[in-house]
Design a protein around this ligand. Sequence first.
Ligand SMILES: O=C[C@H](O)COP(=O)(O)O
Length: 261
Amino acid sequence: MARKPLIAGNWKMNLNHLEAIALVQKIAFSLPAKYFGQVDVTVIPPFTDLRSVQTLVEGDKLLLTYGAQDVSPHDSGAYTGEVSGSMLAKLGCTFVVVGHSERRTLHSETDETVLAKTKAALKNGLTPIVCIGEGLGIREAGEHVAYNIAQLRGSLAGLSADDISNIVVAYEPVWAIGTGKVASAADAQEVCKAVREELARLASPEIAATVRVLYGGSVNAKNVGEIVGQGDVDGALVGGASLKADEFATLSAIAAGGPLP
Ligand SMILES: O=C[C@H](O)COP(=O)(O)O
């Protein structure tokens, strides 16, 4: 079954308020509306820019969506510094990234934490983009498929088939993030295919056929075509290239099946 590609631009901790506004406007004007039926494009700014992005996108015909980079596993209360799923939903977010390798590594997030955040997202009607990915040592030892599947199982443990039908998975090999070292299209396909097979076991083959599995790690306008051309890769989680409006619009257009006019 055909899955509409998803291009998600994770801005990480970059840009100030005015730069964020300028970037969204430029992306919206650079990407012709004819592609919006063929690709979902979402921007994932820092929390502090969400309200501005909402104002720009809401009620317009731009058809961009937006999301957040993290969510608290808790509903409310004494959790200084955290932002809840209901707060993000009220801001009109569609997606939320959970388990990004930078959170797993720099903030010691475990699969259990990622699972709790995934549940918080789902409970509030947000689509979690659940990230998994191996480090270089695991890749070199040839253990990457088993490692990613174990991380996936831990991050989705106990979710219902219905819950699984409402997630996106992003495979991001840690060694390819922000390094310019992109995995080969075959590498991306190998893990994304294994992810889909595991989703079929966890939910059902029918549901697995509908879940979008993204690749992330040094994706740009030059390599996105080959990567999303793989049978089990349904789009990309883009970091650095999502901060350049022209490049992000171009790679979104390529994922939709055509170049910018
Ligand atoms: O969330 C995005 C990924 O970490 C990829 O980042 P990158 O495209 O800068 O390598």
